[in-house]
Write a protein of this length. Structure first.
Length: 319
């Protein structure tokens, strides 16, 4: 038997009973939200306020008296909706990026230096990967009234930067960023997997057209297409790739990576073992028809649910 417990701290206020908590973490999204549903709590509006720091800790163990709390989500209280149930919306540290306004004009600045300048002064930890695109921006204007979050969204979209939070740590790199020495978590389809939604596919099943655009420093663009006309479209942007040949090589690499993915889907698992997105899930199976699903898979996204009706579970989206 497993015993699941929750401990939420909002400012100095503590909560140990909830109707439901749901949050998602992904290496593809800078912003993450946590939704908390609470039973009626008298005068809670006098105890908590917008902007309060929030920490959600969860525990699952085989001994009721031996808790194993892990901090699973940290952020700041964004919205309070009074009623029954009481609804709290919590935003990860992006909340802080939205609070800080910046402006400025830069010449001949590298992407990494620009990131360091706009993120200076925050008290969360930042890990800059060596994979950050080696790009020098001739001119870069940050308009008055912009927030750090606005600029980060622009850099992520235009220069293929990957950025995501894990609690109070911000990871920044290229789209191919993989954390050093990722943790491997083992799942047995017949033992600690509640539901298996893994789908097998061959390269021929993947019909996709890759469109690649290189934006040159003089404002002109080079464009190429590779893949299957009529297929689903994936668009990629590059900075200052000067020849169609080189751009086509990059596009073909993207296409090959997409087609090489032999599986897609997710698994629904319990609160144990502890796992984070960007870990690696090692799938094992006993049944012969499940053997093809075995392997090691990057965990792109995790949905975590803790509720009275569903208990403590996670949905792992595999890449």
């Amino acid at each position: 038997m497993f015993f699941s417990k929750i401990n939420i701290e909002i400012g100095g206020y503590k909560i140990t009973h909830v109707n439901e908590v749901r949050f998602t973490g992904s290496d593809k999204e800078l912003l993450a939200l946590c939704m908390i549903k609470l039973p009626y709590i008298k005068n809670i509006g006098n105890e908590i306020k917008k902007g309060d720091r929030v920490a959600v800790k969860l525990s699952m163990s085989t001994d009721f008296n031996q808790d194993d709390f892990k901090t699973e989500f940290t952020g700041y209280l964004k919205n309070i909706t009074l009623g029954v149930p009481l609804m709290l919306e919590v935003e990860n540290a992006v909340y802080l990026l939205k609070q800080k306004s910046i402006s400025g004009f830069y010449r001949d600045i590298t992407l990494k230096t620009l990131l360091e300048k706009i993120l200076k002064g925050f008290d969360f930890e930042i890990e800059y990967s060596d994979s950050i695109p080696q790009v020098t921006l001739d001119k870069f204007l940050i308009k008055k009234g912009s927030t750090v979050y606005d600029v980060m969204k622009h850099l992520i979209s235009k220069y293929r930067v990957k950025a995501y939070f894990k609690n109070d740590k911000l990871f920044i790199g290229s789209r191919y960023l993989i954390e050093k020495n990722p943790v491997i978590v083992v799942y047995h389809l017949e033992q600690n997997v509640a539901k298996d939604n893994i789908v097998l596919r061959s390269k021929d099943d993947v019909v996709v057209l890759v469109r690649a655009t290189s934006r040159l420093r003089d404002g002109n663009e080079i464009k190429v297409e590779v893949g299957d006309p009529g297929g689903s479209t994936r668009t990629f942007f590059y900075h200052n790739i000067k020849t169609k040949k080189h751009l086509k090589e990059l596009a073909e690499k993207e296409l090959e990576e997409i087609k090489l993915k032999k599986t897609k889907g997710s698994i629904e698992v319990f609160g144990l073992p502890y796992v984070e997105h960007s870990y690696v899930a090692q799938i094992k199976a006993v049944k012969e028809w499940d053997k093809l699903k075995e392997g090691k898979f990057f965990i792109e996204k995790i949905e975590t649910i803790f509720s009275v009706s569903e208990g403590f579970k996670r949905i792992l989206h595999l890449g």
